[in-house]
Design a protein around this ligand. Sequence first.
Ligand SMILES: [Zn+2]
Length: 426
Amino acid sequence: MKLIFRGGAQEVGRSCIELRTGGDRYLLDCGVKFKEDGFAYPKGLLDVPGVDGVFITHAHLDHSGGLPFFEHKQLKGPIFCTSQTKILTKILLKDSFEVARIRHLHPAFSKVDLKEVKKDIRVVRFDKKFTHRKVGVTFYNAGHIPGSASILIEAEGKRLLYTGDMNLAQTMIMKEVIPDYGGPIDILITESTYGYRDLPDREALAQRFLDKVEQVLAQGGSVLIPVFAVGRAQEVLQILSLGEFKAPIYFDGMAKRITRHILSNPSKYVKHKERLAEMFYEVVHLVKNREERDRVAQRQGIFVTTSGMLQGGPVLHYLKHLWHDTKSAVLLTGYQCKRTNGRELLDHGFVYMKGWRTKVHCQVEKYDFSGHSDLTQLKQYIECVNPKILIVQHGDPTSVVHLTSWAERSLGCDVHGPRVLDEIDC
Ligand SMILES: [Zn+2]
């Protein structure tokens, strides 16, 4: 078999690996990468017509966002993913289309293509092997977000495992990943987002987070918590369920719709759903519209809302009311990409609001509730899976180099850290 890395190789974004086997052509993920002036799609895919199947690990747009573009270009084929991924992908694609249009980024596809994607999706079940044309395929829990999977492909007598984004840490939202793939793995393609460092202990981090929320409220301030709509928003609700606060919790933005879907659809590997349901339906106050948003933002409260990197969404409305208040705090809950408002805020104390560069006087702290495995977990995982060939991708060059050099020194397998458009025969 041959692997061609169309994206996500020595980079994070537009994950897409082409697998050629027995004259067939399959894709593992089909994402986009966000740029200031639009999107970058997987490279070189349009040179060859037709695709025999697309396997999507999870809904995040850096893994699914390329689907409507290739649909538009008639690069059609059945798309396989879990039921949660189908629902969440649909919401995220539609939202990205609308946001792109509002920001005049001219998405390279139309609304019709979103419908076509939906038509082509075939839902698969976790842990159940199925055969599609010349390959056997099984989706396993990846612990990253609801619906997320690592995908095992069996072809030409070989077993290839693609982790997708994977979280091996215990979180409050996803069940633990058990790396049992029903036999030895010949080729392991692993993500390496945190291939260069470890993350803080999650329980201790959650406690520090809760302490900070209480402290800010006690001083008379409000707490603004920007969250990613899928996964982080739900986990933050779970964490807040452990505290007792003197101010109400307001929940706003796309996270509301996503949470409703997560709660109302079967999701084998999502845990503590009852507690999440109780928080969502009984404890938090769901903010309905702009008027209500402006009203509640003037009160003391805990505001949990999208977007996680302050790039848009209701979070900026709340900030409009809070930016000057030194008693209030913005608690970031995840990775902040370069050139985003969240990163600007963290590094320089500024955000762009309605085009104005605004100095934020609130306290700003970041809590690393990552959805990815850290360095120690990745090493343990790779040792446990013990592949003959190891391919490291979905990481910045630093991460990829760090992890591949460790593997070359410590393991007896063939190690690769491909770049975009590199090919590997295996
Ligand atoms: Zn992801």
